[in-house]
Design a binder for this molecule. Structure first.
Ligand SMILES: Cc1cc2nc3c(=O)[nH]c(=O)nc-3n(C[C@H](O)[C@H](O)[C@H](O)COP(=O)(O)OP(=O)(O)OC[C@H]3O[C@@H](n4cnc5c(N)ncnc54)[C@H](O)[C@@H]3O)c2cc1C
Ligand code: FES
Length: 594
């Protein structure tokens, strides 16, 4: 009979870590006497980061006394006391390779259901003083698991744990953890997991992504198969890059598109067809600077029709912008530009539901490629083309987009000029005066079953994303592209004031150059740092991470060129052309899409 060895609780507290402050609830201590287990928490317990932990699906974390004995042996530790793995219930029995998702257990006056394995998070390593702990828990098939509280009631150490129902599909915690995190899962395993109603929605979403990848799906399904752990990182749902590093492409045509936007048409120097890109993907180019110095590396969404064997990028000459003005003033037809292969997951997904394409200013480029694809395919999907521009002179692709919308059976365009010029014709060149504002988006009567794709300045994206939620579009159907650094994801870190990326303040390295493309920063690698992630943090380059030890793939991003070495080896490698920055160091110059 399984038993409850200890009940541990702890409220979140601030802990210093790597010069930062982490707010974490991982410091749990055993308590004596009965405790009420409620829908969201055991009394006296709390989580620091409700994004990653806690909530109804993860109300109670369970870890086994047998795993304590395992880790004491493995790590030679004699200080592993109940609660140290951040769990609420330390239990005798209930091994991860026997307990199944959906199993129900009665403990004292409460009834629980198993919902998912433990979240792979760096904070268990922080508590144990072993940074690799999150990876070790997965690799040793000893993650522990979460419970949902079905019936609230009192629990107390020493009570028996009685199994009252078996989960459908008999999928153990260890098995489902391996399906998501380790190589070698089968399609049948993923299908089985998805048939378990008790599995938490977060895990269901990850496994659905994995299933779609196995089926050769993902954005623009039908292209090359994806690689890597698609359940962990949506980047893995795009096909691998068509070539490694940078290759020269020749500029075949330069065309003005508006007062400040111009297009560069690019082709292979030998005239062969360039590999297809997905509608919405971007190209990264090296721009030679004025005078000496390293090239500037910038990304530009492909704005032309995909599948033509050539590419078109469209660049807005920004006031004081180094690369955009360099491209405008110095690049001529016949010049060569070093380009990395098209990348990105902001891509038009297959389907027959409505599509809403929203853009402001030069943010039009990736959604224009999507409009081209819809028109080329004679799509009979309902299409909404919504665009905001300053005036007619600053309205790139006005005619091109009008013709594409006109060629579609069920398309409608709404174009707003914030300051129309005297010659701009309302009802012809534009629909109405003003911005493509959240209020306007709310009033358009957009279909709630649509997929929406939006690109434009930060404020526009934030406002419109909120408006789309208001009209009933679920977050999973709202796709965004950012023309700059992506938002940081640093679970539990407190007071993280956004600072512009800069050279490291503490030390300067002498190793190969690391280029952070989105942040426009080149930094010599410093061998004293453990990982590219640490270097990025020293430069205040916005980063995303969770486990920091090669398990969760939260830090996965495109490696635009160069090579890295891993230490520790990731539990599963990233998708081809990607890198896990939390556990890698450059072995030569690298360019990161960061
Ligand atoms: C995925 C992706 C897709 C993109 N697609 C496109 C696209 O299709 N078209 C496009 O035009 N851009 C696109 N971008 C943005 C592009 O990569 C560049 O960031 C942009 O061209 C600006 O680069 P820059 O070197 O000209 O400006 P930078 O020199 O890097 O300057 C950045 C900004 O700072 C401002 N600035 C610089 N110096 C000063 C100063 N002294 N005083 C005041 N302000 C200053 C500039 O106006 C500019 O807005 C994309 C970016 C990404 C990540
Ligand atoms: S942060 Fe988890 S793999 Fe890098």
């Amino acid at each position: 009979m399984a038993g409850l060895v200890a009940v541990s609780v702890g409220m979140p507290k601030d802990v210093p870590w790597h010069g930062k402050t982490v707010r974490t609830g991982v410091y749990k201590q055993p308590v004596s006497g009965p405790r009420m287990a409620r829908r969201l928490n055991i009394d006296g317990d709390g989580q620091g980061d409700l994004h990653g932990h806690g909530g109804e699906q993860r109300a109670v974390l369970v870890y086994q006394a047998d795993s304590y004995r395992h880790w004491a042996r493995e790590m030679g530790r004699d200080d592993l006391t109940p609660g140290i793995f951040g769990e609420n219930f330390t239990v005798d029995g209930l091994p991860d390779d026997e307990v199944c998702i959906g199993d129900r257990y009665r403990v004292g006056g409460a009834l629980f259901e198993v919902t998912q394995p433990r979240v792979t998070c760096y904070r268990v390593g922080l508590r144990l003083g072993e940074p690799r702990m999150a990876a070790l828990l997965v690799a040793h098939h000893r993650p522990g698991f979460y419970l949902r509280v079905i019936e609230e009631g009192e629990v107390e150490a020493g009570q028996e744990i009685v199994k009252v129902a078996t989960g459908p599909e008999a999928m153990t915690v260890a098995e489902i953890d391996a399906v998501l995190y380790l190589p070698g899962h089968t399609r049948e395993q993923v299908e089985r997991a998805l048939r378990i109603p008790a599995l938490s929605p977060g895990w269901q979403a990850s496994l659905r992504t994995l299933r779609d990848q196995d089926a050769g799906g993902g954005p623009g399904a039908g292209g090359a198969p994806a690689s890597g752990s698609a359940g962990l990182n949506t980047a893995a749902t795009a096909p691998p890059p068509a070539w490694p590093g940078f290759r020269p492409l020749v500029v075949t045509r330069i065309e003005p598109e508006s007062r400040s936007v111009f297009s560069l048409h690019l082709a292979a120097p030998d005239g062969s067809a360039l590999p297809d890109a997905l509608p919405g993907q971007f190209l990264t180019v090296k721009v030679r600077p004025d005078g000496s110095g390293p090239p500037l590396i910038r990304s530009y969404s492909l704005s032309g029709e995909p599948g033509t064997g050539t590419y078109r990028i469209s660049v807005k000459a920004e006031p004081h912008g180094a690369a955009s003005n360099r491209l405008r003033r110095h690049v001529r037809t016949g010049d060569r530009l070093d380009c990395a292969a098209p990348r990105g997951t902001f891509c038009l997904a297959d389907g027959d539901n409505p599509v809403v394409l929203l853009s402001a200013g030069v943010g039009v480029t990736p959604v224009l490629a999507m409009l081209h694809t819809l028109a080329h395919d004679h799509s009979d999907r309902e299409v909404w083309w919504l665009h905001g521009a300053h005036d007619g002179a600053e309205h790139p692709f006005a005619r091109e987009s009008r013709e594409l919308v006109g060629a579609l059976a069920h398309a409608r365009a709404e174009v707003y000029y914030s300051r129309p010029a005297a010659g701009d014709r309302r009802g012809v060149d534009y629909t109405d005066t003003g911005h493509l504002s959240p209020e306007r988006v709310r009033g358009l009567g957009l279909p709630a079953e649509a997929d929406a794709y939006l690109c434009g300045p930060e404020g526009f994206m934030a406002g419109v994303t909120g408006a789309l939620a208001d009209v009933g579009l679920p977050a999973s159907r709202v796709h965004t592209e950012t023309f700059g650094a992506t938002a940081a994801l640093t679970p539990g870190i407190k007071d993280h004031a956004a600072t512009a990326p800069h050279q490291p303040a503490d030390r300067t390295g002498t190793g190969p150059t690391v280029s952070f493309a989105r942040s426009g920063l080149e930094v010599p690698w410093d061998d004293a740092r453990d990982s590219l992630l640490e270097l990025a943090e020293a430069c205040d380059v916005p980063v995303q991470w969770s486990c920091r030890t090669g398990v969760c793939h939260t830090c996965e991003l495109p490696l635009l060129s160069g090579k890295v070495a891993y230490s520790p080896d990731p539990v599963e490698p990233p998708a081809e052309g990607d890198v896990l920055i939390c556990c890698s160091r450059p072995t030569q110059e690298v360019v990161l899409d960061l």
